[in-house]
Design a protein around this ligand. Structure first.
Ligand SMILES: Nc1nc2c(ncn2[C@@H]2O[C@H](COP(=O)(O)OP(=O)(O)OP(=O)(O)O)[C@@H](O)[C@H]2O)c(=O)[nH]1
Length: 277
């Protein structure tokens, strides 16, 4: 019997992961008419055009911080997206947890550094140290606990305190939507959208237990963060090119002055020597 070489198929989890992290379009907002970030249905045509240039931009990893009261489900949403798993027993985050997720967006590599900070008061001073240089702030609240929504503004203010020079993208995320009846869900969402509008955040309701909207949320976050990173990169290049142009202009002005001096000198010489040309 002829020997056949068998090529093992990639594990199904890998295929799933690839699909979730490969983006060709800008994912839509949870509720496009609410979003203060972008209401566009896709990446901007000019951004696509710029990305097709031969020199590919090198984008730094995007720092995403998750903040919110203890036990609202920050770790659960990160684990649902990164490992597609859910744990029903509560283990408090001590200080901070870190996950890295690599995306491929419009053919470019882009990574999200996810900093899942502790909600417990006693770890607040440790977690605060990790708030710096955040590109994205995810303020998380538990949809089944109204007081966790009331704390949202306080958490955002404290995260923004460490990021005064940058303008991070802000999301307000409601978790544990599986615990609510339809009426409770709608009531809580209405309240939360008002808060989201107040703090200029894009709103999402999720459930780590059922997986409701978790992938869509992370894809949207990655898409918007990518768009912002490319814009900032192009802006830096433009400023750099302008500085170079200015320097080149100043140099050519100097050499012109030099040439003029030479010109007058040579004319004087010609006049002295009686040349008529
Ligand atoms: N039913 C339900 N329970 C959830 C969901 N998300 C999280 N939980 C539960 O809520 C508890 C707290 O979840 P965590 O993800 O640890 O909360 P956390 O915000 O990271 O908490 P800290 O580490 O203290 O800041 C756990 O027992 C989870 O199983 C959800 O979507 N639905």
């Amino acid at each position: 019997m002829p020997h056949r070489l068998r090529v093992p198929a990639p594990p199904p989890s890998m295929k799933l992961q690839d699909l979730r992290t490969h983006l060709r379009h800008l994912p839509l907002a949870y509720s496009p008419e609410q979003s203060p970030l972008s209401r566009e249905k896709d990446f901007h045509a000019q951004l696509r055009y710029q990305l097709e240039m031969p020199r590919k931009p090198k984008l730094r990893p995007c720092k995403v911080i998750f903040v919110g009261d203890c036990s609202v489900g920050k770790t659960a949403i990160v684990n649902r997206f990164c490992y597609d798993k859910f744990q029903s027993n509560y283990k408090a985050t001590i200080g901070v947890d870190f996950e890295l997720e690599n995306f491929n967006i419009l053919g470019h590599n882009f990574s999200l550094e996810m900093w899942d900070t502790a909600g417990q008061e006693r770890f607040k001073c440790i977690a605060g140290a990790y708030y710096r240089n955040a590109n994205v702030i995810v303020v998380t609240y538990d949809m089944s606990k109204r007081d966790s929504l009331d704390s949202a503004k306080k958490w955002l203010a404290s995260a923004l305190n460490y990021n005064t020079s940058t303008r991070p993208l802000i999301f307000l995320v409601g978790t544990k939507s599986d615990l609510l009846t339809k009426e409770e869900f709608m009531r809580m969402e209405r309240l939360a959208i008002t808060v989201a509008n107040d703090i200029q955040a894009e709103y999402w309701s999720l459930s780590a237990r059922s997986g409701f909207k978790v992938t869509e949320f992370f894809q949207r976050l990655a898409g918007l963060a990518f768009e912002t990173a490319v814009r900032q990169h192009l802006e830096t290049l433009k400023n750099f090119a302008q500085t170079e142009q200015l320097a080149a202009h100043q140099t050519s002005e100097k050499s012109q002055t030099f040439d003029l001096r030479n010109y007058f000198k040579s004319r004087l010489y010609r006049q002295k020597s009686g040349c008529a040309c």
